[in-house]
Design a binder for this molecule. Structure first.
Ligand code: SF4
Length: 232
């Protein structure tokens, strides 16, 4: 596994667990609002430090009993063929595993769930179906995204959907997203866009963003469609 970063302690990235976060290198999307360019863009990846797997597993062995879980995020973890073996090794040490994914690989997601390698999944919903291509940097195949959504809604593993409220995403977009993914078993979170970090495509910063107070109102409008819906 190509590992570009390790956050040794997080109390907020894995619901209900004390965890660490592992950042994998490489992504098949180019979301214009992405601020993880060093894990996504080949020219930046070259300069990115790498953490050897042995170092990571030494750390995980040391923290057994102190941490409950590992968050595997990216980049896009399902980009890597060895993800199942990597997760299996982590689980063998007794950790619960949360996968953060862009949902572009429903086949791997299904296999990981069926093989009981995941305890929780957070899947990004980049935008409404109409704008999905744009917000994935012209990379997403909508059918794959829809399959991943349907897979998670089978409720075979704990999961949540989340949308970063990137510039240009409108309230109407989110209402259509809620129509699409909403169901009584679904948790959905809107995440405020942080305009302070460098993004993959700075052109996107010219588009308007929705203010926090309005996002809060939007949550009130759509929350009846979900088990839980909040602004993060
Ligand atoms: S899916 Fe998009 S936001 Fe996530 S790492 Fe890849 S390019 Fe960045």
């Amino acid at each position: 596994m190509l590992i570009g970063g390790l956050q040794k302690l997080t109390l907020i990235d894995y619901p209900g667990k004390v965890a660490c976060t592992i950042f994998t290198i490489g992504c098949n999307f180019r979301c214009p609002f992405c601020y993880s360019g060093e894990l996504v863009l080949p020219e930046k990846i070259l300069q990115q430090e790498r953490i050897p797997e042995t170092e990571l597993f030494n750390f995980l062995e040391e923290r057994q009993g102190l941490l409950d879980g590992c968050v595997i995020c990216g980049g896009e973890p399902t980009f890597h063929q060895d993800l199942p073996e990597f997760i299996a090794k982590i689980k063998k040490l007794g950790y619960a595993v949360k996968l953060d994914t862009n949902g572009s690989n429903p086949k791997i997601l299904k296999d990981l769930i069926e093989d009981k390698l995941l305890d929780y999944v957070a899947m990004d919903i980049k935008s409404s179906k109409e704008k999905y291509l744009f917000y994935s940097g012209e990379k997403a195949i909508l059918q794959d995204i829809e399959e991943s959504v349907a897979q998670l809604k089978k409720n075979e593993v704990g999961f949540e959907f989340r949308t970063t409220m990137a510039p240009g995403i409108t309230k109407e977009d989110i209402v259509t997203v809620a129509e699409w993914i909403g169901a009584p078993e679904v948790n959905y979170f809107l995440q405020e866009f942080s305009g302070e970090k460098e993004v993959i495509n700075p052109e996107i910063l010219k588009l308007p963003t929705i203010k926090k107070e309005e996002l809060q109102q939007l949550v009130e409008v759509i929350k009846t469609k979900f088990k839980k819906c909040e602004l993060r």
